[in-house]
Design a protein around this ligand. Structure first.
Ligand SMILES: [Zn+2]
Length: 234
């Protein structure tokens, strides 16, 4: 049976002489594994369907629960993402997060929209704030929201020295003594990316990404390698 779905290619590896096995984030079936045949031959018509960051309407043939790509109409290849190393790693981080954090049963449409929006913003040169915004949104969908409003213990807005609790995912004021020390710059970079009040700085953005990297590792035991590389580069 043939089925069509909008999807983003998250990852592809060589399989056999001419084929690839890929992971797609689809609007209709969530995250799935697919086979893409004959993509390594010169002039292969499915070549584009196996390119990194390919966002397309994929045509899938399903047999016994296994999917094979039989066609793809490209919406966007986000080619600008490969023009700088930093942007490439930021985009790779978006795909890696989807690959590792989107699980079966999670809303494919919402995750796909967030990922494609983030890739578009990164391709436009929006950099770290776009990646921070994406991470906060996808983490919230995956059940790991970040609390950056009032301190959950005393109800005041944290200012100056503050703390972040990796277990509950929230910022606390310093005096309430919950969690690890965190900077106001980190807090403001996260708030600014979420369209809340707070001035973002380059240093704050780097710290915010480091905090999110550590938070994901704390909550899920997953290491986001592309995100770690991106943080080193900015
Ligand atoms: Zn407090």
């Amino acid at each position: 049976m043939q089925q069509k779905t909008d999807a983003l290619l998250l990852r592809a590896v060589d399989f056999g002489e001419n084929d690839k096995m890929a992971t797609l984030l689809t609007a209709d079936f969530g995250k799935i594994g697919v086979g893409i045949k004959g993509v390594k031959k010169a002039g292969a018509k499915l070549k584009v369907a196996a390119q990194p960051f390919c966002f397309a309407e994929y045509v899938l043939a399903e047999r016994g629960g296994r999917y094979t790509v039989t066609g793809a109409s490209l919406y966007d290849g986000f080619y600008a993402l490969t023009e700088s190393v930093e942007t490439y790693y930021a985009a790779a981080a978006v795909c890696e997060v989807c690959d590792k954090l989107v699980f079966e049963g999670m809303d494919g449409k919402a995750s796909l929209l967030l990922a494609v929006t983030a890739l578009k913003e990164l391709a436009e040169g929006k950099g770290a704030p776009a990646l921070i915004r994406f991470l906060l949104q996808i983490l919230a969908i995956a059940g790991y929201p970040v609390g950056m409003e009032k301190c959950p213990k005393c109800g005041k807005m944290p200012t100056g020295r503050m703390r972040f609790d990796f277990a509950s995912g929230a910022f606390f004021c310093d005096g309430c003594e919950v969690g690890e020390p965190a900077s106001e710059a980190t807090y403001f970079a996260l708030r600014s990316a979420s369209n809340l009040s707070g001035e973002s700085t380059k240093d704050g953005e780097k710290r915010a990404l480091r905090l999110l990297y550590t938070y994901v590792a704390y909550q899920t035991d997953l290491e986001l390698n592309s995100l770690r590389e991106y943080i080193k580069l900015i």
